[in-house]
Design a protein around this ligand. Structure first.
Ligand code: PGA
Length: 268
């Protein structure tokens, strides 16, 4: 197998697709998945995993819609509070999600950092709390255009990781996934080149190795995110240190998932 950690494809719907659109999405996806059944049937456990992060309001509809699909899809939450319950208007908690069978969450997405006050400190609290509740977490990190242009990419990534991971190091057994998402590439149509993506993923893997050892570096999946499309996904997945993709806008179209999955199958 070319990909020692398999491939993880995650779709971040952001604030798109209410319950009705969610139902439509999965019923279209079902017919698309049928076309792929002969290729996905022979996959071994863990070789290809698909996760979708709908808005909280659509999670229940998504949950009902994924069970009859011919290929398993895991669902996750886009944001979860670190406390388990309490007076936190507008928030949802880990135990609520576990109650409906969804122990998976995104943490530290740049849009949460930019618009909703997420910091490295709150990302750390969420990560530690959720991993402690047996969640799987996709932690997002990435640099701005300005930081890249001034040669600070590595410093920024290491600072973000260094601020969150020490408290989570005992969970670097595959349950924590890191998404490298250069901010300048998110929603802009400006994808990182394969050289830029591979270089950043290598920096992250080296940091994991230096800080937590070979096993942590070997088991932690690192996804690329930022304007991933059906046109560029193959070249990104072919990078040795890219273990999958976190896809925003392009994940909203069921037809794109055929290309995403075919690209993943070709790179495995
Ligand atoms: P995008 O978003 O694919 O629309 O650029 C990616 C993300 O924000 O996770």
């Amino acid at each position: 197998m070319k990909k020692p950690r398999g491939i993880l494809l995650a779709g971040n719907w952001k604030m798109n697709q209410g319950p009705q659109a969610t139902e439509r999405f999965f019923s279209e996806l079902k017919s698309k998945f049928m076309q792929l059944q002969s290729k996905t049937g022979g996959l071994k456990q863990g070789e290809l995993e698909i996760c979708i992060f709908p808005p909280s309001l659509s999670i229940f509809t998504a949950l009902k819609s994924v069970s009859p699909l011919p290929f398993p899809i895991h669902l996750g939450a886009q944001n979860v509070h670190w406390e388990k319950n309490g007076a936190f208007t507008g928030e949802i908690s880990g135990p609520m999600l576990k109650e409906i069978g969804i122990p998976l969450a995104l943490v530290g997405h740049s849009e949460r950092r930019q618009y909703f006050g997420e910091t490295d400190a709150t990302a750390r609290k969420r990560t530690e709390s959720l991993l402690g509740q047996d969640f799987r977490v996709i932690l997002c990190v990435g640099e701005t255009r300005e930081q890249r242009d001034s040669g600070k990419t590595e410093a920024v990534l290491l600072k973000q990781l260094g601020a969150v991971l020490p408290g989570a190091h005992q969970h670097l057994d595959g349950r924590l996934v890191i998404a490298y998402e250069p901010i300048w590439a998110i929603g802009t149509g400006l994808t990182a080149t394969t050289v830029q993506a591979e270089e950043a993923h290598q920096m992250i893997r080296k940091f994991l190795w230096d800080s937590f050892g070979l096993q942590a570096a070997g088991k932690t999946r690192i996804l690329y995110g930022g304007s991933v499309t059906s046109e560029n996904i193959q070249s990104l997945l072919d990078c040795p240190n890219v273990d999958g993709a976190l896809i925003g806008g392009a994940s909203l179209k069921p037809e794109n998932w055929i290309t995403f999955m075919e690209a993943a199958l070709a790179s495995l």
